[in-house]
Design a protein around this ligand. Structure first.
Ligand SMILES: [Zn+2]
Length: 245
Protein backbone atom coordinates (compact mmCIF):
# COMPACT_ATOMS: atom_id res chain seq x y z
CA UNK A 1 0.00 0.00 0.00
CA UNK A 2 1.20 3.48 -0.78
CA UNK A 3 0.27 6.79 0.82
CA UNK A 4 1.93 10.18 0.77
CA UNK A 5 4.39 10.52 3.70
CA UNK A 6 2.67 13.74 4.87
CA UNK A 7 -0.69 11.96 4.87
CA UNK A 8 0.81 9.07 6.83
CA UNK A 9 2.14 11.52 9.41
CA UNK A 10 -1.36 12.85 9.94
CA UNK A 11 -2.31 9.36 11.15
CA UNK A 12 -0.43 10.24 14.35
CA UNK A 13 -2.92 13.07 15.02
CA UNK A 14 -5.77 10.67 14.42
CA UNK A 15 -4.16 8.10 16.73
CA UNK A 16 -3.84 10.79 19.40
CA UNK A 17 -7.54 11.65 19.13
CA UNK A 18 -8.41 7.95 19.31
CA UNK A 19 -6.18 7.54 22.35
CA UNK A 20 -8.05 10.38 24.05
CA UNK A 21 -11.39 8.80 23.15
CA UNK A 22 -10.17 5.53 24.68
CA UNK A 23 -9.10 7.37 27.83
CA UNK A 24 -12.55 8.99 28.03
CA UNK A 25 -14.19 5.57 27.78
CA UNK A 26 -11.84 4.05 30.33
CA UNK A 27 -12.42 6.96 32.70
CA UNK A 28 -16.18 6.63 32.28
CA UNK A 29 -16.02 3.00 33.43
CA UNK A 30 -13.57 3.62 36.28
CA UNK A 31 -14.84 6.86 37.80
CA UNK A 32 -14.05 6.75 41.54
CA UNK A 33 -17.63 7.96 42.11
CA UNK A 34 -18.94 4.60 40.81
CA UNK A 35 -17.27 2.65 43.62
CA UNK A 36 -18.26 5.36 46.08
CA UNK A 37 -21.91 5.13 44.95
CA UNK A 38 -21.88 1.36 45.28
CA UNK A 39 -20.45 1.60 48.82
CA UNK A 40 -22.83 4.39 49.79
CA UNK A 41 -25.82 2.44 48.48
CA UNK A 42 -24.83 -0.49 50.69
CA UNK A 43 -24.43 1.82 53.68
CA UNK A 44 -27.80 3.47 53.02
CA UNK A 45 -29.47 0.05 52.76
CA UNK A 46 -27.92 -1.05 56.04
CA UNK A 47 -29.08 2.19 57.71
CA UNK A 48 -32.57 1.69 56.26
CA UNK A 49 -32.67 -1.87 57.66
CA UNK A 50 -31.45 -0.60 61.03
CA UNK A 51 -34.19 2.04 61.10
CA UNK A 52 -36.88 -0.51 60.20
CA UNK A 53 -35.65 -2.81 62.99
CA UNK A 54 -35.68 -0.09 65.62
CA UNK A 55 -39.07 1.24 64.43
CA UNK A 56 -40.49 -2.26 64.72
CA UNK A 57 -39.21 -2.50 68.30
CA UNK A 58 -40.72 0.90 69.04
CA UNK A 59 -44.08 -0.21 67.60
CA UNK A 60 -44.00 -3.36 69.73
CA UNK A 61 -43.25 -1.32 72.86
CA UNK A 62 -46.06 1.13 72.05
CA UNK A 63 -48.50 -1.77 71.85
CA UNK A 64 -47.19 -3.18 75.14
CA UNK A 65 -47.54 0.23 76.82
CA UNK A 66 -51.16 0.52 75.63
CA UNK A 67 -51.95 -3.00 76.83
CA UNK A 68 -50.37 -2.27 80.21
CA UNK A 69 -52.33 1.00 80.50
CA UNK A 70 -55.58 -0.77 79.65
CA UNK A 71 -54.88 -3.39 82.30
CA UNK A 72 -54.13 -0.70 84.90
CA UNK A 73 -57.38 1.06 83.98
CA UNK A 74 -59.29 -2.19 84.44
CA UNK A 75 -57.71 -2.77 87.87
CA UNK A 76 -58.52 0.81 88.88
CA UNK A 77 -62.12 0.46 87.75
CA UNK A 78 -62.42 -2.67 89.82
CA UNK A 79 -60.90 -0.91 92.83
CA UNK A 80 -63.33 2.02 92.37
CA UNK A 81 -66.24 -0.40 92.25
CA UNK A 82 -65.04 -2.18 95.41
CA UNK A 83 -64.51 1.13 97.24
CA UNK A 84 -67.97 2.28 96.23
CA UNK A 85 -69.51 -0.92 97.57
CA UNK A 86 -67.60 -0.45 100.83
CA UNK A 87 -68.68 3.19 101.05
CA UNK A 88 -72.32 2.27 100.51
CA UNK A 89 -72.05 0.06 103.58
CA UNK A 90 -74.78 -2.33 102.44
CA UNK A 91 -72.55 -5.37 102.72
CA UNK A 92 -72.46 -8.22 105.14
CA UNK A 93 -69.41 -9.16 107.22
CA UNK A 94 -68.37 -11.98 104.86
CA UNK A 95 -68.67 -9.77 101.77
CA UNK A 96 -66.85 -6.98 103.60
CA UNK A 97 -63.91 -9.22 104.35
CA UNK A 98 -63.90 -10.47 100.74
CA UNK A 99 -64.00 -6.92 99.37
CA UNK A 100 -61.20 -5.76 101.63
CA UNK A 101 -59.13 -8.74 100.65
CA UNK A 102 -59.80 -8.13 96.96
CA UNK A 103 -58.95 -4.41 97.30
CA UNK A 104 -55.62 -5.25 98.88
CA UNK A 105 -54.88 -7.71 96.10
CA UNK A 106 -55.90 -5.18 93.45
CA UNK A 107 -53.70 -2.50 94.98
CA UNK A 108 -50.70 -4.82 94.97
CA UNK A 109 -51.49 -5.77 91.39
CA UNK A 110 -51.76 -2.11 90.43
CA UNK A 111 -48.38 -1.40 92.03
CA UNK A 112 -46.73 -4.19 90.06
CA UNK A 113 -48.41 -3.08 86.83
CA UNK A 114 -47.35 0.53 87.38
CA UNK A 115 -43.76 -0.50 88.04
CA UNK A 116 -43.80 -2.58 84.86
CA UNK A 117 -45.29 0.33 82.94
CA UNK A 118 -42.59 2.65 84.22
CA UNK A 119 -39.93 0.22 83.09
CA UNK A 120 -41.65 -0.12 79.71
CA UNK A 121 -41.77 3.66 79.32
CA UNK A 122 -38.07 3.91 80.08
CA UNK A 123 -37.27 1.25 77.48
CA UNK A 124 -39.55 2.99 75.02
CA UNK A 125 -37.77 6.29 75.61
CA UNK A 126 -34.39 4.67 74.92
CA UNK A 127 -35.68 2.99 71.76
CA UNK A 128 -37.27 6.27 70.67
CA UNK A 129 -33.85 7.93 70.98
CA UNK A 130 -32.34 5.05 68.97
CA UNK A 131 -34.99 5.61 66.28
CA UNK A 132 -34.17 9.32 66.02
CA UNK A 133 -30.49 8.44 65.78
CA UNK A 134 -31.15 5.81 63.10
CA UNK A 135 -33.20 8.36 61.13
CA UNK A 136 -30.32 10.86 61.21
CA UNK A 137 -27.87 8.14 60.17
CA UNK A 138 -30.07 7.13 57.23
CA UNK A 139 -30.44 10.74 56.15
CA UNK A 140 -26.65 11.18 56.27
CA UNK A 141 -26.15 8.08 54.12
CA UNK A 142 -28.81 9.23 51.66
CA UNK A 143 -27.21 12.67 51.42
CA UNK A 144 -23.81 11.08 50.80
CA UNK A 145 -25.37 8.97 48.05
CA UNK A 146 -27.07 11.95 46.42
CA UNK A 147 -23.80 13.88 46.61
CA UNK A 148 -21.79 11.07 45.00
CA UNK A 149 -24.44 10.67 42.29
CA UNK A 150 -24.30 14.39 41.52
CA UNK A 151 -20.49 14.26 41.27
CA UNK A 152 -20.71 11.20 39.03
CA UNK A 153 -23.25 12.93 36.76
CA UNK A 154 -21.08 16.02 36.52
CA UNK A 155 -17.98 13.94 35.71
CA UNK A 156 -19.96 12.02 33.07
CA UNK A 157 -21.22 15.27 31.55
CA UNK A 158 -17.61 16.52 31.29
CA UNK A 159 -16.56 13.27 29.64
CA UNK A 160 -19.52 13.42 27.24
CA UNK A 161 -18.57 16.95 26.25
CA UNK A 162 -14.89 16.02 25.70
CA UNK A 163 -15.98 13.00 23.71
CA UNK A 164 -18.37 15.03 21.53
CA UNK A 165 -15.58 17.51 20.72
CA UNK A 166 -13.07 14.79 19.87
CA UNK A 167 -15.60 12.87 17.78
CA UNK A 168 -16.26 16.07 15.80
CA UNK A 169 -12.49 16.56 15.33
CA UNK A 170 -12.18 12.97 14.21
CA UNK A 171 -15.01 13.24 11.71
CA UNK A 172 -13.16 16.09 10.00
CA UNK A 173 -9.78 14.33 10.18
CA UNK A 174 -10.80 11.04 8.64
CA UNK A 175 -11.95 12.83 5.47
CA UNK A 176 -8.29 13.65 4.76
CA UNK A 177 -7.20 10.03 4.36
CA UNK A 178 -7.37 7.79 1.31
CA UNK A 179 -9.95 5.05 1.83
CA UNK A 180 -7.51 2.12 1.81
CA UNK A 181 -5.17 3.71 4.36
CA UNK A 182 -8.06 4.61 6.66
CA UNK A 183 -9.54 1.12 6.31
CA UNK A 184 -6.21 -0.42 7.33
CA UNK A 185 -5.92 1.96 10.27
CA UNK A 186 -9.48 1.24 11.43
CA UNK A 187 -9.05 -2.51 11.08
CA UNK A 188 -5.88 -2.59 13.18
CA UNK A 189 -7.39 -0.23 15.73
CA UNK A 190 -10.50 -2.42 16.03
CA UNK A 191 -8.38 -5.54 16.49
CA UNK A 192 -5.48 -4.23 18.57
CA UNK A 193 -6.61 -0.93 20.02
CA UNK A 194 -4.03 1.30 18.30
CA UNK A 195 -4.06 1.89 14.53
CA UNK A 196 -0.80 3.77 14.01
CA UNK A 197 2.33 4.61 15.94
CA UNK A 198 5.44 6.69 15.47
CA UNK A 199 8.59 4.72 14.75
CA UNK A 200 11.20 6.15 17.10
CA UNK A 201 14.64 4.61 17.14
CA UNK A 202 13.76 0.95 16.72
CA UNK A 203 10.64 1.12 18.82
CA UNK A 204 7.05 0.91 17.59
CA UNK A 205 5.05 3.77 19.10
CA UNK A 206 1.90 1.63 19.21
CA UNK A 207 3.10 -1.50 21.05
CA UNK A 208 6.48 -0.18 22.37
CA UNK A 209 8.24 -3.30 21.15
CA UNK A 210 11.71 -2.94 19.59
CA UNK A 211 11.91 -4.13 16.01
CA UNK A 212 14.69 -6.49 14.98
CA UNK A 213 17.52 -5.61 12.57
CA UNK A 214 15.99 -7.36 9.58
CA UNK A 215 12.72 -5.46 9.96
CA UNK A 216 14.60 -2.20 10.47
CA UNK A 217 16.63 -2.82 7.28
CA UNK A 218 13.42 -3.45 5.35
CA UNK A 219 11.90 -0.23 6.74
CA UNK A 220 15.02 1.76 5.86
CA UNK A 221 14.87 0.37 2.33
CA UNK A 222 11.17 1.20 1.94
CA UNK A 223 10.13 4.25 -0.05
CA UNK A 224 8.76 7.25 1.89
CA UNK A 225 5.28 6.63 0.54
CA UNK A 226 5.28 2.90 1.31
CA UNK A 227 2.93 2.06 4.16
CA UNK A 228 4.83 -0.13 6.62
CA UNK A 229 3.31 -1.93 9.57
CA UNK A 230 4.63 -3.34 12.82
CA UNK A 231 5.14 -7.12 12.75
CA UNK A 232 4.22 -7.28 16.44
CA UNK A 233 1.00 -5.28 16.66
CA UNK A 234 0.06 -4.60 13.05
CA UNK A 235 -0.04 -0.80 13.58
CA UNK A 236 0.96 1.46 10.72
CA UNK A 237 4.50 2.60 11.51
CA UNK A 238 4.71 6.29 10.76
CA UNK A 239 8.18 7.57 9.94
CA UNK A 240 9.16 11.14 10.76
CA UNK A 241 12.41 13.03 11.39
CA UNK A 242 12.20 11.63 14.94
CA UNK A 243 12.39 8.07 13.66
CA UNK A 244 16.19 8.31 13.28
CA UNK A 245 16.31 6.36 10.07
ZN1 LIG B 1 3.88 -2.40 17.22
Amino acid sequence: MKADAAVQRRLLDLAEVDAELSRVNHRRRTLPELAEISDTEKTAQAKRDALVAVETTLGDLDREVRRQETEIDQVRAREDRDRKLLADGNVGAKQLADLEHELATLQRRQGVLEDDLLELMERREAVDADTSHARVELEKAQNALTDAQARRDSALADLDSTEAKRVADRDLMVKQFPADLLALYERVRAQRGVGAGLLRGRRCGACRIELDRTTMSAIKAAAADDVVTCDECGAILVRTAESGL
